[in-house]
Design a protein around this ligand. Structure first.
Ligand code: PMV
Length: 322
């Protein structure tokens, strides 16, 4: 039995940073993201009923470090299917892995859909969503395209859906790569450290509800200026909460800060652009289509930026690995 799937990473404009206590992998807050069409993860899962051990190959190399997360993601599927046996997972990213570019989101979304396809369960979107969530709190968003909302109510019931397709508001994204290689603290341990030790965590959590409601309204009205203001504020508050952890978590390098300054200078000069940064040193600049060339050029000239990758918003995860 085998199945394959392709999923795009996403970048959160209203971020989640912190898990709900004693609720497994469930985020403590909702989030809103853009799906990035110019990066993809392609994953194939084979279940061998003869048995053996689960195995993961990531970008062509055997990987035992991330095997537990793979097993967490497959668990909801396995509990629905009688004969799964050992899983052999082959996953490839066409973009830097583990560097704050949301490879865990696209990786777990592609794995959930590939595994469900292999087991004949792909017609159950709730189950695929639960499998993605068990792997990574941002992964359910990568099952959907365009502007994606993940909402969670006070009881911990969650749902995820696309608010607008890429065609309905075709924003562009430029990603400034300021550092290659693995980031220092992965998001899972970073957010847990922040929740446990940062005096700013409560304030971060308290500001989240209104950010999410306001960002939803800005997306519905295609209000770029409002979305820019909300996204930059939300991003810097998340990083401020992380910097308040003990020991402090600083995901920025010097070039990250220079990119922030450059984007703000472009915006002051009238270009429709804003920045956001996840748990890594890379900077994502979101802009209206006509601004993309100027934004990419300007970021490419920031000292310390290695390259700039850019493109369109992307669609939902899909079966197959074209
Ligand atoms: O889904 P995780 O556990 O990889 O965490 C994602 C955390 C951020 O990217 C920083 C924020 C977000 O909402 O994507």
């Amino acid at each position: 039995m085998h199945g394959s799937a392709t999923a795009h990473p996403n970048v959160a404009l209203v971020k989640y940073w912190g898990k709900r206590r004693s609720r497994g992998n469930l985020p403590a807050m909702g989030s809103l993201s853009l799906t990035l069409g110019f990066f993809a993860t392609r994953t194939t899962v084979r279940f061998d009923e003869a048995g053996g051990q689960d195995q993961l190959t990531l970008n062509g190399r055997a990987n035992s470090r991330d095997l537990k997360r793979v097993q967490d993601c497959l668990a909801p599927l396995r509990s629905r299917s009688a004969a799964t046996g050992a899983a052999a997972v082959d996953s490839r990213n066409d973009f830097p892995t583990g560097a704050g570019l949301a490879s865990s989101a696209s990786g777990m979304a592609a794995l959930a859909l590939a595994g469900a396809t292999a087991l004949g369960l792909a017609e159950d979107p709730d189950l695929v969503g639960r499998a993605a969530m068990a792997g990574s709190g941002s992964a359910p968003r990568s099952l959907h395209g365009g502007f994606v909302l993940l909402s969670i109510d006070s009881q911990g019931r969650w749902s995820c859906r696309s608010l607008l397709s890429p065609d309905e508001w075709p924003l562009k994204v430029a990603v400034a790569i300021t550092q290659a290689g693995l980031k220092q603290t992965d998001s899972r341990s970073g957010m847990e450290l922040t929740r446990r030790t940062s005096p700013f965590y409560k304030a971060w959590l308290a500001s989240q509800k209104s950010d999410l409601a306001d960002a939803r309204a800005a997306v519905a009205q295609r209000d770029f200026g409002r979305l820019a203001e909300l996204s930059e504020g939300n991003c810097l508050r998340m990083h401020a909460a992380a910097m308040g952890a003990s020991p402090p978590l600083v995901y920025f390098n010097g070039a990250t800060v220079e990119c922030i300054n450059r984007v703000r200078a472009l915006a002051r000069d009238g270009l429709p652009v804003f920045f956001t940064i996840d748990a890594g040193p890379q900077v994502k600049a979101v802009c209206l289509p006509d601004a993309l060339d100027d934004v990419s050029d300007a970021l490419g000239r920031v000292p310390g930026v290695r390259r700039v990758l850019s493109g369109d918003l992307g669609g939902a995860a899909r079966p197959g690995t074209p």
